[in-house]
Design a protein around this ligand. Structure first.
Ligand code: AMP
Ligand code: ZN
Length: 459
């Protein structure tokens, strides 16, 4: 069955055909690791995971590359302001930017696993690919696309007729509107390829280059690493919607200059998670981590379910009420699934209907609605189980790894456990602690782990 995906470049949903028979190349812009990821960032990675699962469900093998931005992403999307890593280090009382990068990379990977996102085929770090980035810049320079200012080497965007096409940028309007902030840049859309280290202070992360000591601009890492690990022309490039106007526009400009391609055949973007009608951001105060959600008694799979219930190309407003409903729906699904016997067969008609929905630009809300029609429908329970297990390859709800705690824990302990969950939700920490102790006395231990809260017999 044909898979259709929305391509931001062409602004249309079009048939996906792989560029080569061996694998589908998928590159996803990874996190900037100066802080924890928030659940908005994680929404984007879940969309990308769903895309990968749908590709695999269609029988493609996927080479999935995710980078780690551990240098060069400046506080502003322009080319001034501090490097986010160096600022993060200052904020952490001078802890080294390298140590921060390791810590937040590891924390990000824990969140990815907790959400049951499949492990990428390859992780790659910007700081481990400095030579590749220098080569890329040298290539662009040799082709005449760069100029030098007192603070770095810049890309001259006026040399490309279709610069900004991805975002349908109004170049004349931008040129007219921003004379003042341009500094030494020749055009407002020009951007840094290499920035020089300041003369009066030493950066923690800096390298020698043919142009002088410094560090790479943010966009060049993705061009250098995607062409190295996939190819200069690969299938799909993803990121959040904020990447359209600047980061991906500039990646495309670099690839056009270096290789004469727009890097990827499909450009796909996940829309933002909003909180009180504003984008959740790392610099904002209302920054929710997955761990915060877990600490409030929710299962990470409930957050996954919430995301599946909205289409990735629509902004999603986060609320605790919405998460409550998602958790309840997930629990109903789990309980049904658990109760059904093994040994059934995948229902072909249902499985095709499901595939038709997810192949229509990852329509997970419709796919979930279908799942509920399966639950309520007339198939035998064993066939329902086999069919839902098949669909869970796309949904990623890990239905097979769930079992009701009631199955193994006595009712008295379960009642205490539920009271404790309610106490935690109400932030009544003292009561929650007292209940945990009481439960322990009865021989059961509660673990607030990376996969949510569990209770088990003391071994
Ligand atoms: P960063 O760590 O800031 O480089 O962002 C990592 C990823 O999260 C990028 O693909 C961003 O586009 C995406 N992103 C940032 N904020 C949000 C949000 N509120 N909702 C969804 N995705 C986001
Ligand atoms: Zn990128």
């Amino acid at each position: 069955m044909q898979l259709y995906l929305y391509d931001t470049w062409q602004r249309e949903t079009r048939a996906f055909e792989p560029l080569n028979a061996e694998y589908v190349g998928l590159y996803c812009c990874g996190p900037t690791v100066y802080d924890y990821a928030h659940i908005g960032n994680l929404r984007t990675y879940m969309f990308e995971d769903t895309l990968r699962r749908v590709l695999e469900f269609n029988g493609f093998s996927v080479r999935h590359v995710v980078n780690i931005t551990d240098v060069g992403h400046l506080v502003s999307d322009g080319d001034d302001g501090e490097d986010k890593m160096e600022r993060g280090s200052r904020r952490a009382g001078g802890e080294s930017a390298w140590v921060l990068a390791d810590r937040y990379t590891a924390a990000f990977q824990v969140d990815m696993r907790a959400l049951n996102n499949l492990e990428p085929t390859l992780w790659c770090r910007a700081t481990e690919h400095i030579a590749e980035q220098i080569d890329f810049i040298a290539n662009i320079e040799a082709k005449g696309f760069t100029y030098r200012t007192t603070d770095g080497i810049y890309f001259d965007s006026s040399q490309q007729d279709d610069y900004g096409y991805l975002a349908r940028l109004d170049l004349a309007g931008l040129q007219a509107g921003s004379r003042v902030e341009m500094g030494e840049k020749h055009h407002p859309t020009d951007f840094a390829l290499w920035k020089f280290s300041p003369l009066d202070s030493q950066r923690q992360m800096e390298w020698n280059s043919p142009w002088g000591r410094g560090f790479p601009g943010w966009h060049i890492e993705c061009s250098a690493m995607s062409s190295k690990y996939l190819s200069p022309w690969f299938d799909i490039h993803c990121g959040g919607e904020d990447h359209v106007a600047v980061h991906h526009t500039n990646e495309i400009a670099q690839s056009q200059a270096c290789h004469g391609t727009r890097a990827a055949n499909f450009w796909m973007h996940g829309y933002f998670l909003q909180l009180d009608n504003v984008k959740m951001s790392k610099s904002g105060s209302d920054f929710l981590r997955l761990q915060t959600v877990i600490d409030r008694g929710y299962d990470p799979m409930a957050y996954r379910y919430l995301n599946l219930s909205a289409h990735y190309r629509k902004q999603l407003s986060f609320s605790w009420e919405a998460l409550d409903s998602a958790q309840q729906a997930l629990m109903r699904l789990r309980v049904s699934y658990f109760g059904w016997p093994q040994g059934g067969e995948v229902d072909q008609a249902f499985s095709e209907a499901f595939l038709r929905e997810v192949n229509q630009d990852l329509n997970t809300p419709r796919a979930l609605a279908l799942v509920w029609s399966l639950v309520k429908g007339s198939l035998s329970n064993a066939d329902k189980k086999a069919t839902l297990r098949h669909c869970d390859q796309v949904l990623g709800l890990a239905l097979d790894s769930w079992q009701p705690v009631e199955a193994i824990i006595p009712a008295e302990v379960m009642a205490l456990f539920e009271t404790r969950q309610a106490a935690r939700k109400a932030k009544n920490w003292q009561e929650a602690d007292a209940l945990r102790k009481r439960i322990l006395e009865l021989g059961y231990v509660i673990e607030d782990g990376e996969h949510g809260v569990t209770i088990k017999a003391v071994s």
